[in-house]
Design a protein around this ligand. Structure first.
Ligand SMILES: Cc1cc2nc3c(=O)[nH]c(=O)nc-3n(C[C@H](O)[C@H](O)[C@H](O)COP(=O)(O)OP(=O)(O)OC[C@H]3O[C@@H](n4cnc5c(N)ncnc54)[C@H](O)[C@@H]3O)c2cc1C
Length: 399
């Protein structure tokens, strides 16, 4: 078992660290960095994206011939973790959700013609994208295939869409949309995936949903479809293969969340360590106190476990495996680790940790979504239990 990274990955990690140190971390304490939704101001983001792209730190998971970095999942794991030491690192390097997962699925499953039309502009950073799956009650959520209400009906050589979606990240700023809709009631063939552009008539944003944490550009929106027409050539994969798209996208996308969250968890501990290394109470530095070290040790161990789980799942994905159990386990553990790290960091920083003088409170509100997005922790536990019930003790085999 060899955990060493390829020289190109090590080199890229160092370049990301240096970019983050010099261009991104200093911005976080500047109030003028943020927009009204606590994201990075768009003009500033565009400026930094141009700089990152010029340095070749850009869309690392995409093929080199399309303008990306050509990294495999293991390489991404190391690099994405470095990126999210900064709050806006993934957005600056074109590696943030949902664009990152959308690029991945289009690159994997779209035809060459579809890639040119729908993928290339996302890689180039000229448009944003959204994945449109979740629906309000009684529609699709944890159980997309079973519950989906949005329908696509074939009329001539077009598909006509009716339905309602919500929590669609980035929708108010996106141009390219990947939509899941019901085309059949046949088990395992219920869903089909379509691509549409924001300027096509027949759909609208009903509202931008207020959330507890900071928002990505374009927010989290509720959409209604009132007869959107999509040409058949903008269908992704065959009719009835929607769950294949979901599985392909979500496997890697869930893991990239974990990669980024580990970077954020590390940063939280970095902030706390700087404080306890300096701050004294009852005659000694806080960092010399064993009870403080126990808190730091617990988080250090959780982050280490998360990194091993992510790397193992990444390696399996690179072998062509779906790595369903590995990704589910990593998603549960790293979501918990992000909470633990940020909560512990706030505790160690005392009142300052609760203030807006550090980014810890931003992270704390952001972190709550980790146990929900791309499958609630309970659903991932169900997936693990199903795997174990089916395979018995072989569930833990190395092969
Ligand atoms: C910040 C944010 C961004 C998002 N972005 C997008 C997006 O861009 N596109 C998109 O399509 N969706 C998006 N979502 C939606 C997200 O994927 C769903 O919230 C998630 O899949 C859960 O679905 P649900 O909210 O309908 O929860 P429900 O299905 O209603 O479940 C509610 C709760 O019930 C429990 N539960 C459900 N099933 C089980 C089970 N089998 N066993 C045990 N307990 C269970 C869990 O605790 C779960 O949290 C986003 C959500 C958030 C919070």
């Amino acid at each position: 078992m060899d955990f060493s990274l390829a020289p190109a990955v090590v080199d890229m990690c160092q370049r990301i660290r240096s970019f983050v140190d010099s261009h991104l971390l200093p911005l976080e304490s500047e109030p003028s960095t943020y927009d009204e939704y606590e994201s990075i101001r768009k003009e500033l983001l565009d400026e930094l994206r141009a700089k990152a792209r010029a340095q070749g730190i850009w869309a690392l998971a995409m093929p080199v011939e399309l303008g990306g970095g050509g990294f495999n999942t293991v390489g991404m794991a190391a690099c994405y973790e470095e990126m999210n030491r900064a709050l806006f690192g993934p957005a600056v390097f074109n590696a943030a959700a949902p664009d990152d997962g959308n690029m991945f699925v289009l690159n994997r499953l779209a035809t060459d013609q579809q890639k040119q039309k729908w993928l290339q502009p996302i890689i180039d950073g000229t448009v944003g994208s959204s994945i449109v799956m979740t629906e309000p009650q009684p529609g699709a959520g944890s159980d997309p295939a079973g519950m989906m209400q949005t329908t696509a009906e074939k009329v001539g050589d077009k598909w006509v869409i009716h339905g309602r979606k919500w929590f669609i990240t980035g929708a108010a700023a996106a141009s390219h949309f990947i939509l899941l809709a019901r085309t059949s009631t046949e088990p395992r063939r219920e869903l089909t995936t379509f691509l549409f552009h924001k300027d096509q008539p027949g759909w609208r944003i009903v509202r931008r949903i207020g959330i507890m944490g900071p928002e990505e550009h374009g927010g989290h929106c509720e959409l209604v479809f009132e007869g959107l027409e999509i040409p058949d050539e903008d269908r992704l994969l065959d009719v009835g293969r929607g769950m294949k798209v979901v599985q392909t996208r979500l496997g890697t996308a869930r893991l990239t969340h974990c990669m980024r969250w580990l970077g954020m968890a590390k940063r939280a501990m970095e902030i706390a360590s700087a404080y306890v290394d300096e701050r004294e109470a009852f005659g000694i530095k806080l960092s010399e106190r064993e009870s403080v070290q126990l808190l730091q040790g617990d988080v250090a161990m959780a982050i280490h476990m998360g990194r091993l789980m992510v790397m193992n799942a990444a390696w399996k994905l690179d072998q062509g495996d779906y790595a369903q159990a590995e990704v589910s386990a990593a998603k549960i553990h790293v979501a918990d680790t992000l909470h633990l790290a940020v909560d512990t960091a706030i505790q160690l920083c005392g009142a300052r940790g609760y203030s807006k003088d550090t980014v810890l409170e931003w992270m704390y509100r952001y972190a709550r979504q980790a146990k929900l997005v791309d499958g609630a922790s309970e659903v991932h536990k169900m997936i693990l239990a199903r795997g174990f019930q089916k395979q018995g003790i072989d569930f833990w085999s190395w092969g």
